[in-house]
Design a protein around this ligand. Structure first.
Ligand code: ZN
Length: 384
């Protein structure tokens, strides 16, 4: 008998971005949710000493594939990575089907403070946002409650797959986002059924180490839990910078929701009136620019961290959001996949932007991995 479908209800705290092939958020595209799940799963597997291939690689030998001649699951697992096992690859089907439904939708909106003066420099953020989201200005995005129904095909181990899915969603709810464009503030969500971060990671670790999956070297540039860091800031409603952001001018619709759609300003560039200049601009400013070569290097390093043409961002910034309109404080989550020096720069700049003295909640992939290793060593010593 196959496993019954499992319904998971999550609460979106910022809108969910799931665009179709043409880049339009015309409905809830399950592929966008699955894509983000796979992306996180790959990073986690790599951090927990497993191998996860790059399924987007143009070189065929770099991707996992089954011929269809394999006789057992053991033989299949030896030929593919855990991410391909769960999410499918050439010759192998995804271990689940997903049907997603949104309780409500929300018109597309982003906002920027860069609008007050008419000079080009001051209009830059809004001009840029209009350029990249031109075709989305009239879109509607899922917001509020979303149900995710996971359906397991007959003949597959649905219990095992569901266990991995739940662990994965727990990690994403604890310190990430769901759907695409997390770097622009989309996809923050709460899930009541989530487990603690360490428990979730231990579930994934024990699954991948218990099965003999394909093992190759992960490439350095791939996203990896080992260089993950995460900050959760709590910022009072009366905070001066929050007050400024409340006046930010929107592109798309004007909405009054318990979030401020200003991730782009925080991540990219702010007008520095003694309150910080935005993460990307701040990072760029740190590098020497005495010669033309220096400038080129500074630009390259900035692109490596914040993304550029054909290069994904490694730093992600939520919109400031509240769990409900009654909350006193906004939450701001900022995370990245870089070395810890970038995390330190980001933390200082965020404290500067919001005028905060408190140390935010902080987690790093390295410390999480070390804790799991410690526990497993203790468990092992206990057994012998
Ligand atoms: Zn693979």
């Amino acid at each position: 008998m196959s496993k019954k479908p499992e319904k998971v209800t999550v609460q979106l705290l910022t809108p969910l971005w799931t665009a179709g092939a043409a880049g339009k958020c015309d409905r809830l595209h399950e592929t966008g949710i699955i894509g983000s799940m796979r992306w996180w799963y790959e990073a986690i597997v790599r951090g927990l000493d497993g191998y996860a291939c790059d399924p987007t690689s143009e070189r065929r030998e770099k991707r996992c594939e089954l011929s269809g001649k394999e006789k057992s699951d053991e033989e299949r697992r030896a030929k593919i990575c855990p991410a391909c096992w769960l999410f499918g690859c050439g010759g192998w089907k995804r271990r689940f089907r997903l049907v997603a439904g949104a309780g409500s939708t929300e018109p597309f909106t982003l906002a920027s403070l860069f609008y007050k003066n008419k000079s080009n420099e001051d209009e830059f953020n809004r001009w840029w946002l209009n350029e990249i989201f031109e075709s989305n200005l009239a879109d509607r995005l899922a917001f509020g409650k979303v149900t995710l129904t996971f359906i397991f095909p007959a003949g597959s181990d649905g219990e095992e797959s569901l266990n991995q899915i739940k662990a994965l969603l727990s990690v994403m709810a604890n310190c990430g986002s769901i759907g695409a464009k997390g770097q622009y503030g989309f996809g923050q969500f709460a899930w009541e059924g989530k487990t603690e971060l360490e428990t979730a990671l231990e579930n994934i670790r024990s699954f991948i180490s218990g099965c003999r999956f394909k093992k190759l070297e992960n490439e350095n540039r791939w996203y990896d839990l080992k260089n993950f860091w995460f900050f959760n800031f709590s910022i009072p409603d009366y905070n001066k910078q929050i007050g400024r952001f409340k006046l930010a001018k929107p592109i798309g619709a004007t909405t009054k929701k318990p979030y401020l759609p200003v991730s782009f300003d925080i991540r990219y560039k702010l007008k520095d009136g003694g309150n910080g200049s935005g993460l990307r601009q701040d990072f760029y400013k740190m590098h020497p620019k005495e010669s033309a070569n220096d400038k080129k290097l500074a630009k390259e390093k900035t692109r490596e961290v914040f993304g550029g043409p054909r290069l994904g961002s490694r730093v992600f910034v939520s919109h400031p959001y509240k769990h409900g309109p009654g909350d006193e404080n906004y939450k701001l989550r900022v995370w990245g996949f870089t070395d810890e020096s970038v995390a330190e720069v980001a933390k200082k700049e965020l404290q500067n932007i919001f005028g905060l003295n408190d140390t935010p909640e902080y987690t790093s992939g390295r410390s999480l991995i070390a804790k799991l290793q410690q526990k497993n060593r203790e468990g092992y010593e206990h057994e012998i």
